[in-house]
Write a protein that binds this ligand. Structure first.
Ligand code: PMP
Length: 432
């Protein structure tokens, strides 16, 4: 029997009266899969339950932060203890010092770090800093990479912006958009041409070192090294947006995994352990330009707030345990392998990309290496796949152009169940 989503549907209907589109972030509306979203009541480990009592194995994990799963005891206890002392002070605490030190020790490209409240704030502030440092205005980004919703970067962006077909949002002034140059992911020859033309006006090249907002698209061999070289050659800064990849691809992020060191790094998600957080960091000489050490203004009432710092510290402490990433990646490989076999058995034509515990199933037969190839995916087939999985209790990203997140809380049995369910779902996708 198909599960009931009745209570969720009622709540969604009423939410649309009070909240634009009924949600506080577009992709949550399930628009691109043509459904109403379940309203979630609680989570535990690898599972979530909706208000109708349906249980799900969750591969969204709040879009990446929950690398330990829901309600990890170490995080819960630390936050509860912190809460007993107060919520926020608007004054420095030792928690900020601790998390900053942990981030600096983990990431080769970070000597100093500033905490903010979201990934959007992190990339917005990093761009301001890059522009101030280089005294240049232009930014290069890659089509299909998403870096948040501020004006300079909401241009040919991925994620919700991609799915909803609003690559450039109304309200972004043309003179700001005009400073953002779009390049093609994994296409160094094109970037070389662009830089030969305008390289001396470029403040920064910003990139997701594994692109997680057009599905998942890994950086091709030599791509990130090529960016590093071009930035050096033209005096532009290299910014890694590690909001997804930081503490995900390895404890040292994508920069350690790929062994390419950026000038500035943007973080979010995992470093907040599920609390609203972002951060940007980099070499001391550049970071010292930020107020009050220097003239580049950037501030935040709740930045570095105790609860977020505490959840982040507790999460990173867990990730420091030996063997954690090996275990995480083993589970992710198991899932990818199982899905690939199930797709084949069900006769579905799909392409799999995976980098460590990030992965994506594209409904296309061609290799996905950039935005154009990702766009060949059949989103109707993805929607059929998604709906069948949801009805079987598997909660995937409600859009094709997102990545699946495997967490440490996923058990081998969870993965087995997911793979079993996927056979029916691939069949449903193949037969539309
Ligand atoms: N950069 C990347 C790579 C992201 O994936 C996201 C959000 N998914 C952001 C920046 C923006 O972060 P936030 O939603 O916290 O503003």
């Amino acid at each position: 029997m198909a599960p009931s989503y009745r209570k969720s549907q009622e709540m969604f209907e009423e939410s649309q009266v009070y909240i634009p589109g009924g949600v506080n972030s577009p992709v949550r509306a399930f628009k691109s899969v043509g459904m109403d979203p379940p309203f979630i009541a609680r989570g535990n480990g690898s599972r979530m339950w909706d208000v109708d009592g349906n249980e799900y194995i969750d591969y969204v994990c709040s879009w990446g932060p929950l690398i330990l799963g829901h309600r990890h005891p170490a995080v819960m206890h630390a936050v509860q203890r912190c809460l007993e002392r107060g919520i926020t002070y608007g004054a420095p605490t030792d928690l900020e010092l601790t998390l900053a030190r942990m981030v600096v020790e983990a990431l080769p490209g970070v000597e100093m770090v500033r905490m903010v409240n979201s990934g959007t704030e992190a990339t917005m502030s990093a761009l301001r800093l890059a522009r101030a440092y280089t005294k240049r205005n232009k930014i290069v980004k890659f089509e299909g990479c998403y870096h948040g919703h501020h004006d300079s970067l909401l241009i040919k962006a991925g994620s919700g912006a991609l799915t909803h077909g609003v690559p450039t949002s109304p309200g972004v002034p043309e003179n700001i958009a005009g400073n953002t140059i779009n390049a093609r992911y994994n296409d160094l020859p094109l970037l070389e041409k662009i830089m030969a033309e305008v390289g001396r006006e470029v403040a920064a090249i910003i990139v997701e070192p594994a692109a997680g907002n057009m599905g998942l698209v890994p950086a091709a061999e030599g791509f990130l090294e090529g960016l590093r070289k071009l930035c050096n050659q033209y005096g532009a800064l290299l910014i890694f947006d590690e909001v997804i990849t930081g503490f995900r691809l390895s404890y040292g992020g994508a920069q350690s995994y790929y062994n390419v060191t950026p000038d500035l790094t943007c973080l979010g998600k995992i470093i907040g352990g599920g609390m609203p957080v972002g951060a940007y960091g980099g070499v001391r000489e550049i970071m010292q330009m930020i107020s009050p050490a220097g003239p580049v203004y950037q501030a935040g009432t709740l930045s570095g707030n105790p609860l977020a710092m505490t959840a982040g510290i507790a999460t990173l402490e867990q990730l420091q345990q030996p063997g954690v990433y090996e275990e995480l990646n083993r589970k992710s490989a198991l899932l990818a392998q199982g899905l690939s076999q199930a797709a084949k058995a069900a006769g579905a034509s799909v392409w799999f990309n995976r980098v460590q515990s990030l992965q994506c199933t594209f409904f296309t037969s061609q290799a996905v290496t950039d935005f154009a190839s990702a766009s060949t995916s059949d989103t109707k087939r993805y929607a059929a796949f998604f709906k069948s999985m949801l009805d079987q209790g598997i909660y995937l990203a409600p859009a094709q152009f997102e990545t699946a997140f495997v967490s440490l809380a996923h058990t081998d049995e969870d993965i087995e169940r997911t793979v079993e369910a996927s056979f029916n779902a691939f069949k449903a996708a193949a037969n539309i």
